[in-house]
Write a protein that binds this ligand. Sequence first.
Ligand code: NAD
Length: 497
Amino acid sequence: MLFAGCGFQPKSEQAGSFFSSPLCHECSACSEEEPVPDHTFIVEDPASLETLAQIPDMGPDDARHAVERAHLALVPWARRAPRERADILMRTYELMLEQSETLAELITRENGKSLTDAAAEVRYAAEFFRWYAEEAVRPEGSYGTAPGGTSRTIVTHRPVGVAALVTPWNFPAAMVTRKVAPALAAGCSAVLKPAAETPLTALAIADLLSDAGAPDDLLTVVTTSDPGPVVDAWLGDERVRKLSFTGSTRVGRLLLRSAADRVVNCSMELGGNAPVIVAADADLDRAVAGTMVAKFRNGGQACTAANRILVHEDIVERFTEKLSEQVCRLEVGAAHSGADIGPMISKRERDRLNKLIASAVADGARVTCQAQLPDLLGHFVAPTVLVDVDPGAALLQEELFGPVAPIVVWRNEEEVVELANATEHGLAAYVFAGDLAYSIRLAEQLEAGMVGINRGVVSDPSAPFGGVKQSGLGREGARDGIRAFQETQYLSVDWPQ
Ligand code: NAD
């Protein structure tokens, strides 16, 4: 259910039932008769620091109970006709679009991103339901004669089983649907643990899925402020056959270690450190516009966000000037009041980023522009452009995850490829160049799972999203996304001739 006049109120069967929020004080669904769970945690608006909601703080017992439910739901769901599964996913897509304004408002409230970014996220997130509704009815497989001629080989793909899904706060809708839609399309049931900062959007999406006709228990959302014990309970449970994780490389490594004990099938979408390469012959306006999107979409809090802007020496001055002009004009503030750039998700994140900027400046970097900060309590960082950054600066090694654009100069192809690949990450990269053949030659030398050429966005539900090196394992979206929730089985068949 999504509720006019009050933002959001989750259904009682999801995440326990207690939900108190200034957003929903007018809502009759906020029942005073609901029992208050013993443990709750607060979800706050990162722009105003107001409390948005108080929701159940679940633990390992709740996590196991959720698996119990998912396990019971698994076989009936896997046996449903693919067309029936597809219809429910398609209906969820339609409901997400019908509720897009409310969902965008909710994302903005709990995440802080601009309403424009939130609305774009809802459309992108909904597309995963549409794409996987279409994929659900296109089974792959093969039938053939073995080379020796003595048997037939039949290859099929079956649902992997109960899937545990763990998602981050930076795309509270899209990271959920990018997992839930293919999992359900493949015939799996799932348990979902959204980030503690942004659980409300996940709960809202689970409700829409239920409204679309998904059986009870097919997807259970487990909200918690202490993720370790919940995810450990899942990884230790025989019935959980899949972990699909999106988050930092640090936590991804921890979970891969835990998953090793039961050899759980893992998909990992981890951190990035994307280079933007601007060649001497690039269309300057296009390169600046693309860099603005790659860097400042989502306030820079995207795994695909530009982290290092590598600009050819011939155009670096003009590029810096134009980029700085645009960055200075960015309006920073509470996203629901129309600002371009919202707050960082937490005080810790804001302090981390400010420290990186200060340390780069102490080592000789120059600030060419910094946007105005609002007079608000939230965790804001001023969008900043830096030049003369020391190549060894921590700012270039770490995932910035915020609105800071460090510019580095390059002179030749060999140098720029080396600079671009000098990171443990390999998620996205961007190339802006006039000569397409040159762009592709550069792209083929980049250690990145995705390369945007003359554009600042790479995400598309129909394309395989994911990284190389320590940016992850596997792909989401496209056909690959559904295969991540399937096991291949082959039947070797013989019969009397
Ligand atoms: P995070 O790793 O801190 O948290 C991600 C999820 O893991 C959350 O649900 C969190 O509660 C949970 N978690 C945290 N510690 C855990 C533990 N010890 N055991 C089990 N679960 C735990 O990441 P974040 O700060 O929420 O998100 C930002 C990171 O996510 C960035 O590094 C970003 O690049 C990455 N990200 C990657 C992609 C991608 O597709 N590759 C997409 C979005 C975000």
